[in-house]
Design a protein around this ligand. Structure first.
Ligand code: ATP
Ligand code: MG
Length: 255
């Protein structure tokens, strides 16, 4: 078994639109160890979400290789691909857009449980309520639709759905950016608790270095599609080497 739940090696992705091309991800290498919490930080448009979409195979890579729990995924398809991705779940910035508006929250969670476990219908119903309680929502949320609850509640439900699959890696792409500061703090507390309780690794993506540094053991700094610096978060904050990282830190220390 590989010591990495995620290993990204020399991955690149270029988009072509009309006459222009964008090198969104350039020769990026990054890894996440089992149970490790890794941050990916950088300004808007630097390629963070594209990298997350490559990792989750929502987009194909141009070149390079991605492995999940030691298994290379670029050549996988069908059932083998679905099996590899049982180990990975993702939480997005806008939780509402990741739920089917025609399904209740409970139905969405049960569907995710069905896709990744062998539980019976009755067990799935009980598990859905248990997961809602675990993220601080009560059983009544099982029967509501995404439009009937707040953004923070919807993000909790998205986390419940993700952890229901017992992933080894949870990718959070700006998972708290759309929430107000107090709800953001509650969601981060919830993620910290889950981190302690479950042997789950995180790839925590944000433009906010302060947030990443409060949450992650190691951090990668991305700029213009490239990783410009990486290392233990404490070292990056205390002794940033790249001028861009120094600028990022300057901006969070500024009054
Ligand atoms: N499907 C696409 N087609 C064309 N260009 C794209 C596509 N997806 C992303 N891009 C471009 O790739 C670059 C990186 O975008 P990406 O969404 O990965 O940035 P980001 O770091 O996640 O930004 P943000 O912090 O605003 O979410 C941008 O220039 C974007 O316009
Ligand atoms: Mg993004």
């Amino acid at each position: 078994m590989s010591k990495y739940v995620l290993n990204v090696v020399n991955v690149s992705k270029t988009f072509s639109a009309h006459q222009s091309t964008v090198e969104a991800v350039k020769n990026v290498s990054l890894h996440v160890g089992a149970g490790e919490c890794v941050g990916l930080v950088g300004e808007s448009g630097c390629g963070k979400s594209t990298l997350a979409r490559l990792i989750t195979r929502l987009e194909p890579v141009d070149t390079g290789e991605i492995s999940l729990c030691g298994e290379k995924i670029s050549h996988l398809c069908g059932a083998a691909l679905r099996r590899a991705y049982r180990n990975v779940k993702m939480i997005f910035q806008d939780p509402r857009s990741s739920f089917d508006p025609r399904m209740t929250i409970g139905a969405s969670i049960r569907e995710a449980i069905k896709a990744s476990t062998a539980l019976s219908r009755r067990e799935r119903a009980a598990e859905s309520v248990r997961l809602l309680c675990e993220v601080g929502l009560d059983a009544s949320y099982d029967r509501v639709y995404p439009r009937q609850i707040s953004g923070g509640e919807c993000q909790r439900a998205a986390i419940a759905r993700a952890i229901g699959a017992k992933p080894r890696l949870l990718i959070c792409d700006e998972a708290t950016s759309a929430l107000d500061v107090s709800v953001q703090a509650q969601i981060l507390d919830l993620l910290r608790t889950l981190r302690r309780q479950q042997d789950m690794a995180f790839l925590f993506i944000s433009h906010d270095l302060a947030l990443v540094s409060s949450f992650c053991d190691r951090t990668y700094v991305m700029r213009g599609g490239e990783i410009v610096e990486h290392g233990p978060t404490g070292d990056i904050i205390a002794r940033p080497k790249h001028p861009y990282t120094q600028k990022l830190i300057g901006s969070i220390l500024a009054p």
